[in-house]
Ligand binder design. Structure first.
Ligand SMILES: [Fe+2]
Length: 303
């Protein structure tokens, strides 16, 4: 079968692993569908537990039974079930996804705290997640509190090919659903993938173990995404519904902000949007994307 030329021509993005679904939300034995980089993609899990992803051509309707042997192998796409999610690629991905050794800690509760469609680009979603300065304004009473709007100096570096922001101290009224008192939380951020970002913080029951809150962003197109909210927490008391509800409450506050940003693509030209001190991680992220050569979901810098 002759395959059409891909809509995304950015080799950096084409060759990434991209998240398309939480594993426990995939209909077993039937066709599930989504959009990745403007291409229709189908996926399934067989009753034996094998993950399958393929280009939706010829298209089988969503919900139709899947007969793996009958699928066109030329349309098959790379498959990686990892960290509770299904990842695939439209190009030639690396052997491994980014490491997340904390995922396997025996006390950790890993879950998808909701997948939300957002009319924005993947880099805008990541940059917003990195931005501490919006906490008191957008998440007043939960992740921040007025008038405590100052963002203290924090460290940003590129380490092991990833963006790291550390010593991000913030007065936080309610860090997670199980936190019941305001604390000055020392957050750290990690961006190991152009469209994935994690936030780490000391867990309440055992501060020697970090909770992880992340968004792994699926680029449906350059300016439309599904944000998969990964949570990996040390919390023996809250129900899954409690944890997911709190995370979705936070994300619901971000969604209209994201959808009203203009342009939807993230400008990489350092002169495009005036930086302030609190934007140091955003500046590092934009520069890192430019250095990687990412052109999809961004307005590339003029040279
Ligand atoms: Fe936010």
């Amino acid at each position: 079968m002759k395959l059409a030329k891909p809509a995304c021509t950015d080799p950096v993005i084409l060759n990434q692993w991209h998240v398309i679904s939480a594993l426990d939300e995939i209909g077993v034995g039937v066709v599930n569908q989504t959009l990745l980089l403007e291409e229709r993609v189908s996926y399934s899990i067989t009753p034996a537990g094998e993950c399958l992803v393929w280009r939706s051509s010829p298209e089988l309707p969503a919900g139709a039974p899947v007969a793996p042997a009958a699928l066109d192998r030329a349309a098959a796409l790379p498959v990686k079930p990892e960290y509770g999610y299904l990842w695939t690629s439209l190009g030639n991905p690396p052997a491994e996804l980014f490491p997340l050794p904390e995922y396997h800690h025996p006390r950790r509760r890993n879950m998808n705290a909701g997948t939300v469609g957002v009319s924005t680009s993947a880099p805008r979603a990541v940059e917003n997640f990195l931005d501490l300065a919006h906490f008191p304004y957008v998440h007043e009473g939960s992740l921040g509190v007025l008038p405590h709007t100052e963002v203290v100096e924090y460290d940003v570096e590129i380490r092991d090919g990833e963006v790291h922001a550390t010593k991000c101290d913030m007065l936080v009224p309610k860090v997670g659903v199980n936190f019941d008192a305001p604390v000055v939380m020392r957050y750290r951020y990690r961006v190991p993938h152009p469209y994935c970002v994690m936030l780490y913080y000391d867990s309440l029951p055992d501060p020697s173990i970090e909770d992880i809150c992340a968004i792994w962003v699926q680029p449906m197109s350059a300016d439309r995404v599904r944000a998969h909210n990964y949570m990996g927490v040390i919390d023996d008391d809250s129900t899954d519904t409690d944890i997911k509800s709190y995370q979705l409450l936070i994300f619901a506050q971000d969604k209209p902000i994201l959808e009203n940003q203009h342009p939807k693509l993230l400008p990489l030209d350092p002169r495009a949007e005036t930086p302030i001190r609190a934007d140091r991680s955003a500046i590092a992220y934009r520069r890192w994307l430019a250095d990687l050569g990412v052109t999809y979901g961004v307005v590339p810098a003029r040279v």
